[in-house]
Design a protein around this ligand. Sequence first.
Ligand code: V3L
Length: 85
Amino acid sequence: VEEEYQWFYEGRNGWWQYDQRNNLELETAYKQGKRTCELLIAGFLYITDFGTMIQLRRNEPSRRRRIKRDLRNCPKKGVAGLRLN
Ligand code: V3L
């Protein structure tokens, strides 16, 4: 059964859906009540903070993006950099 909610990170003028693996990592940590979750994205470690709802690159924290948990079918640019259409 597909989950109703999904995790997104901010792009220019819109939101990108996290890929399936990272989404599962985030959703599991979130439901466990963890404050943060570490993700490996294209070879870089990122920290997502559920308090601030920010993703940042661990060794370059100025690289930061807002994140959100929203309905799966909300408006989005695509999935993990792969555009819709
Ligand atoms: N999942 C996949 N790729 C990511 C993620 C993530 N959670 N976070 C960052 N990147 P930074 P527009 C994004 C990619 O934050 O046109 C989009 O997926 C990020 O990709 O500085 O601005 C698009 O592919 C970027 O290429 O560490 O909306 C692309 O930006 C790179 O990691 C353009 O999107 C550095 O991000």
